[in-house]
Design a protein around this ligand. Structure first.
Ligand SMILES: Nc1ncnc2c1ncn2[C@@H]1O[C@H](COP(=O)(O)OP(=O)(O)OP(=O)(O)O)[C@@H](O)[C@H]1O
Length: 273
């Protein structure tokens, strides 16, 4: 059975009265990784938020079904969602600093998650938090435990966020542009860390990225979205190395030439069938 399955998921915005995601389907087995790519505004983040049960206000899953660890998420109560987040599915986004409380030491923030989600006592939670900081390859975890977010670099903060996201041993981690803001070397280290976590712990991944190289490195499958529609999907080897659709070809070409952000030339996109 798949760990996660999306069947024809439609996401509706009540304010504009429009669907912004028009029927996305994919399955993710335990320990597997899928990449979601597409230009800005194509619905990548909304799709992830639907899986996490944190769609912005006015947005709803208006069609199709999402099943996570054998449960239809439409049936989850708020309480069940709270229990599911962290323990079944965790997430890291761009801009890690905004997800941490600036006035609390990072160790205390991770320990809190462990206490609440795993029911550990204070001392045990601290020990586990240090273990997690170590697991995300932060040198001198005991020292980092005592530091405030502003004392850490962007790459260190993203590691802290990853440690927090995996603190309650989820089966699935969503990484939404998690390395986009980092410089290339740090980005490579974080990708390596995610690949390693996947291998060691059997964590399944959803990787959202503008950068096809990120997806090629981490994922087995890829889903190409454009304006909320699936353009194509399948094994990474096939989609990224033998794309069938012109849109995907453009994404790849642009990436090879300048990096994907430069490719977002509206006119060129409009000409694609
Ligand atoms: N909170 C919101 N309020 C209004 N519109 C939103 C909101 N969040 C997303 N949208 C709209 O939904 C569509 C899909 O957005 P989404 O964030 O999923 O795209 P994305 O592919 O993740 O883009 P990016 O790469 O820029 O993050 C866009 O048209 C966006 O403007």
């Amino acid at each position: 059975m798949a760990l996660l399955s999306l069947r024809d998921v439609r996401i509706h915005d009540a304010v504009s009265g429009r669907d912004l995601v028009h029927g996305v389907s994919f399955e993710l087995a335990e320990g597997k990784a899928i990449g979601i790519v597409g230009e800005s505004g194509s619905g990548k983040t909304l799709t992830c938020r639907a899986v996490l049960g944190i769609l912005p206000e006015h947005f709803t899953v208006a069609g199709g079904a999402i099943e996570l660890a054998g449960r239809d998420v439409a049936e989850l109560t708020q309480k069940e969602w709270t229990a599911t987040r962290g323990t079944t599915v965790g997430a890291v986004f761009q801009d890690p600093a905004s997800y941490l409380n600036p006035s609390l030491k990072v160790g205390a923030q991770i320990a809190e998650v462990v206490r609440v989600k795993k029911g550990l006592g204070r001392r045990e939670a601290k020990r586990r938090a240090i273990e997690l900081l170590d697991a995300v390859r932060l040198r001198d975890a005991e020292r980092v435990f005592q530091q405030y977010p502003h004392e850490l670099s962007g790459g260190m903060l993203q590691r802290v966020l990853i440690a927090t996201a995996i603190a309650a041993d989820p089966q699935l981690l969503i990484a939404d542009e998690a390395t986009t803001a980092l410089d290339v070397t740090v980005q490579a280290e974080i990708l390596d860390l995610l690949a390693d976590l996947r291998e060691r712990t059997g964590l399944a991944l959803i990787v959202v990225s503008h950068d096809l190289a990120v997806v090629a490195q981490l994922c087995d499958e890829v889903l190409v979205l454009r304006a909320g529609e699936t353009v194509e999907q399948g094994p990474v080897q096939q989609i990224l190395y033998e794309p069938r659709h012109e849109y995907t070809r453009l994404l790849i070409e642009a990436h090879e030439q300048y990096g994907l952000d430069h490719f977002l030339d509206e006119k060129e996109l409009e000409n694609v069938a």
